[in-house]
Design a protein. Structure first.
Length: 217
């Protein structure tokens, strides 16, 4: 009798959130459900998602573990609806702007003519001017396009300073969610162990949870 030793990890994201899709994934052999927390918003019902995975696993008489994959403090747009971008039109970018972002930023050295890209570079803008340290005016330099909810943002060879408190908030919120919903494993790439790691682990301990640190290369 052949015993399958390989475990299949499948990602649960916006396109795989439905009950029918989770049923199909478990039926197809998913052993571990990875919840991509890059897409997490306050409106995202994590508890219901975990319940759906557990219920489906029981239905197919399978043991399915759940991983919460935590993002670092990435800069993303914070729009829940779509934003229609017109070629040649100017837009503000930053907190409380035409194109809102998910955290407090400082646009350091971002001068006129610099490039800003959204959605893995699919949407490109040119910086017209800096309105303030946290808000800039940009212009679409390509064809009209749509920005769908929660897309990543980056600049070309220019530095953006992220609020350092953001990573601590992500870690503490994730610790609460992980324990409250019965997540088996929480994963984070702790690039700066002296800042984000203690924040996450301290919260786990405060809430009565257990943790183990594993170093991977």
């Amino acid at each position: 009798m052949n015993t399958r030793k390989t475990k299949i990890i499948a990602t649960i994201g916006p396109s795989t959130l439905s009950k029918s899709m989770i049923d199909k994934m478990i039926a197809a052999g998913m052993d571990i459900a990875r919840i991509n927390m890059s897409h997490y918003q306050d409106s995202f019902d994590l508890k219901s998602l975990v319940h759906t995975i557990r219920k489906s696993a029981k239905k197919y008489e399978k043991c399915v573990s759940i991983i919460m994959d935590l993002p670092g403090p990435k800069i993303r747009t914070s729009n829940l609806g779509i934003i229609e971008i017109k070629r040649g039109k100017d837009y503000t970018l930053g907190k409380d702007s035409d194109i809102p972002v998910n955290c407090n930023l400082e646009f350091k050295g971002l001068d006129s003519g610099a490039k800003v890209k959204i959605d893995d570079g699919k949407i490109s803008f040119k910086v017209i001017k800096k309105i303030s340290n946290s808000k800039i005016l940009i212009r679409s330099n390509k064809n009209s396009i749509t920005i769908y909810g929660i897309k990543n943002l980056n600049t070309f060879k220019k530095k953006i300073i992220i609020d350092p408190k953001l990573d601590h908030r992500i870690c503490q919120s994730a610790a609460i969610l992980a324990l409250a919903t019965g997540i088996n494993i929480a994963i984070k790439n702790f690039e700066t162990v002296n800042t984000s790691a203690p924040s996450f682990l301290k919260k786990i301990k405060q809430l009565g949870g257990k943790f183990e640190i594993k170093k991977t290369s």
